[in-house]
Design a protein around this ligand. Structure first.
Ligand SMILES: [Mn+2]
Length: 443
């Protein structure tokens, strides 16, 4: 269940999206010397020694072409010059809900063939020299999956820049996510547990866990210091001082990725730190401009964090010294953000070009997921953080620079865990579009 999508605008934007996809596919196939592009929607995996399946996740290459996220066993077949073909699997099955026949603004753009089995689907694919994109499990009926590197590099590189159609879906994903974030904040203020906050989030999003683009992080107090905290405690801590929630939503297979940090009403020292982080986050968002090197933006965020650490009395050293000595990396040990789209961490974050060459991360920043120069149409997250992580603080204590850190001040903040503030931002030819803040402004 999702919000009603703005179908009129999607219908008018979709043809241009498809035309762009065809252009990229034509070029990729020509480069690699293939006649057809065949894309498997994929099948749900099965659990080890079990007859239960993992939640189904459609291939990102499949949902790039169509807003179909539940089409196991289906295929797209594209031959340059011809109308793309959707081979849609609608099994005869009384155990499961059979997917509805295709409908919507996109169906006229496809030749659609409905089949009853995965083997029949494969039999409908054009024979010959084909790039076959899919997981090994899609190989029902004896088709060979080859996932050619040249084709994938080309398609992945170009996925960074979104079409107006894709941006419309990403705005929708942001609207669903922010509505759910509002509900999560209310649940926190009412004293709910992490599980209770998560349930409030899902209810407001109208999405189940398996539909979300990634597993939500709902962290009260010290749990905010665990970067990928995936527990959901059932009992609220007494008192609940802080909430860090990193949770997104999906719209026709496109993701939003949103993080907010809240302080309890009486935690004014933590609120002041959140306010500083929020101000620097917004200044970083404003720097999402065409031609900007994202890795530089990441390094700039470290300098801003050093200023914040100084202002709030955690350290006494120049910003340069704090960055050089690794102090900021102990407080902010992840990347500033990543590309986002059909996948929450979208592909080709390090691509130098469409041909598989890459741009290395800056030394000492092994977790940065994006090193490309920004271009209009790219959507990136901006998510600076400041955490009080025992393991990293312990390492810092043993360094000479430890002298210039106010450890009593640091220790006093451990009980809040940490701060992350994350928006999804579109690079344009001009000022950036902040999908997240625009959506929050509606709720
Ligand atoms: Mn993120």
């Amino acid at each position: 269940m999702q919000d009603k999508l703005p179908n009129d605008s999607l219908a008018s934007l979709y043809p241009q999206h498809l035309a762009m996809l065809r252009q990229h596919a034509d070029k990729a196939l020509a480069l690699a010397g293939f006649d057809h592009l065949l894309i498997a929607a994929g099948m749900p995996g099965i659990k080890f020694l079990d007859d239960n399946h993992y939640p189904y996740a459609v291939s990102p290459q499949f949902k790039y072409w169509l807003p179909l996220t539940s089409a196991p066993g289906s295929w797209i077949a594209y031959t340059p010059g011809a109308k793309p073909k959707l081979i849609f699997l609608q099994p005869r099955d009384y155990w499961h809900v059979v997917p509805d026949g295709p409908s919507g603004y996109w169906v006229d753009a496809f030749e659609i063939v409905i089949v009853r089995s995965a083997e029949e689907a494969v039999a409908q694919l054009p024979k010959g020299n084909a790039a076959v994109i899919g997981e090994a499990t899609a190989a029902a009926g004896g088709i060979e999956i080859n996932n050619p590197r040249i084709v994938l590099d080309y398609l992945h590189y170009h996925r960074a820049c979104k079409t107006p159609y894709e941006l419309e879906l990403m705005r929708e994903a942001s609207r669903i996510g922010t509505r759910a974030h509002r509900a999560a904040e209310r649940a926190f203020r009412l004293g709910e547990s992490e599980l209770g906050i998560h349930q409030a989030y899902l209810a407001a999003a109208g999405q189940i866990d398996a539909e979300l683009p990634y597993s939500s992080i709902v962290a009260l107090n010290e749990h905010g210091a665990v970067l990928h905290y995936m527990e959901f405690t059932r009992t609220p801590p007494q008192p609940a001082r802080s909430l860090l929630i990193d949770a997104g939503a999906s719209a026709s297979g496109y993701a939003s990725d949103i993080t907010r940090t809240y302080a309890a009403a009486d935690a004014s020292e933590f609120q002041a730190l959140i306010d500083s982080m929020d101000a620097s986050q917004q200044s970083q968002v404003a720097m999402v401009r065409s031609g900007r090197d994202y890795a530089e933006l990441h390094l700039h965020a470290h300098h801003q964090l050093a200023d914040t650490l100084n202002q709030h009395g955690f350290i006494r050293m120049s910003a340069e010294a704090a960055v050089e000595s690794g102090v900021t990396r102990a407080f902010f040990p992840h990347g500033l953000g990543h590309s986002i789209g059909l996948q929450v961490h979208d592909v080709a974050g390090f691509a130098r070009n469409a041909h598989g060459e890459t741009i290395a991360r800056p030394d000492g920043h092994p977790y940065l997921r994006l090193t490309r120069t920004l271009e209009p149409g790219m959507v990136v997250t901006i998510e600076p953080g400041l955490y009080f992580i025992d393991m990293l603080l312990q390492e810092l204590r043993e360094k000479p620079v430890s002298r210039d850190i106010d450890w009593a001040r640091v220790d006093a903040f451990r009980r809040y865990g940490g701060i992350r503030i994350e928006d999804d931002v579109v690079c344009t030819a001009d000022a950036p579009e902040n999908l997240t803040r625009d959506a929050f402004a509606r709720y």
